[in-house]
Design a protein around this ligand. Structure first.
Ligand SMILES: Cc1cc2nc3c(=O)[nH]c(=O)nc-3n(C[C@H](O)[C@H](O)[C@H](O)COP(=O)(O)OP(=O)(O)OC[C@H]3O[C@@H](n4cnc5c(N)ncnc54)[C@H](O)[C@@H]3O)c2cc1C
Length: 298
């Protein structure tokens, strides 16, 4: 992170919540399931698939996870009823990973059963490094019973190639991303070039092993590198897709779709928008203007 970005990151917690909400609005569908449905249908009409998520993470009470399960079940029913071309992705810590791994596993199992009834898929997001072992454990426990489950690998983590080789053995459906969490040097690459090189390596390893792969990045170089790998390995359309976040580089996503590749847009929604918004805004130096303006107004 450059000095300028670091200053922005440090000042964000001082920015009034309504300002954060306004600036973050392009990244979030809204607070209610109807908002998600509206945006998802719009994206589907534009030729994009959707990955829907209810915002929430690191819950501290079981009731919060139970509520998240109920909300996701209602969302799955709604997506099925509206025939949305999409799936859901969930944060394990929203479903109780930090409270009790077995509790979290059973919550995810119940979502997989509900999703399967609608012909839908569920991806487990990957959170910070203390969550990786437990998330992969849950994935490997559920994989034998479910075809509609996927997971995420982060190219910044030094362990990821080894994890990918284990996942390839069970033909896992894997989303590859750089990883949003800042991790220590001892376990993570910190050089952006190394993170990118590892990204392309992981994508190639998974595609070469016959796994379905979701290439989640806005880094244009990585997009076209992956496209070349796909062409070279002659990977069929039903075994890969590109993924981007709502509100980020829409022109790039149009170019990828225009080049004939399947593209999915991740669409978060829900009342717990604050931590997600702050993380997204930290990635976007263009918000500095809003941050400074709002601080000067105080
Ligand atoms: C669909 C999807 C799912 C993801 N799931 C996970 C997950 O489960 N676990 C996890 O740790 N991370 C996840 N991420 C986040 C990911 O790890 C990266 O932090 C994030 O995508 C930025 O990395 P990048 O590959 O886009 O490359 P970067 O080099 O960070 O970004 C490339 C370019 O994209 C643009 N850009 C990126 N972010 C923004 C932004 N917020 N606003 C404006 N422009 C931006 C900038 O122009 C930047 O130069 C996911 C990302 C996507 C797209």
């Amino acid at each position: 992170m450059g000095v300028f970005d670091r200053v922005v990151a440090m000042t964000l917690p001082l920015v009034p919540k309504p300002v954060v909400r306004r600036v973050a609005s392009p990244y979030i569908a809204g607070e209610a399931v109807d908002d998600l449905v509206r945006i998802a249908e719009d994206l589907n009409r534009g030729g994009y698939r959707v990955a829907a998520a209810i915002l929430g993470e690191f819950v501290t009470r079981r009731e919060e996870s139970e509520e998240a399960v109920r909300d996701y079940q209602a969302l799955l029913a709604r997506m099925g009823e509206r025939r949305i071309d999409g799936y859901i992705h969930v944060k394990p810590t929203h479903l109780g990973l930090k409270l009790d791994v077995s509790f979290c596993l059973e919550n995810i199992r119940s979502l997989l059963v509900a999703a399967r009834a609608q012909g839908l898929f569920v991806r487990l997001d990957m959170e910070d490094s203390p969550c990786i072992d437990d998330t992969l454990h849950i994935y490997h426990r559920l994989r034998p019973d479910f075809d509609n489950v996927g997971v995420v690998i982060q190219s910044r983590m030094r362990r990821s190639l080894a994890d990918v080789r284990e996942l390839a053995k069970v033909k896992a459906n894997v989303r590859v991303c750089k990883g949003i969490y800042i991790e220590p040097y001892s376990i993570a690459y910190t050089d952006p070039e190394l993170i990118s090189r590892n990204y392309s390596l992981l994508v190639e390893e998974l595609l070469g092993a016959g796994c379905p792969v979701a290439i989640a990045t806005h880094d244009e170089r990585l997009v076209w590198e992956a496209a070349r790998t796909i062409e070279r390995l002659q990977v069929p359309h039903d075994r890969y897709e590109f993924q981007m976040l709502l509100g980020v580089l829409a022109p790039l996503r149009a170019l990828i779709k225009g080049a004939g590749h399947p593209v999915r847009v991740a669409v978060p929604y829900g009342p717990n928008w604050y931590p997600y918004s702050v993380r997204r805004l930290r990635k976007n130096p263009a918000i500095a203007r809003y941050v400074l303006k709002s601080l000067l107004k105080r």
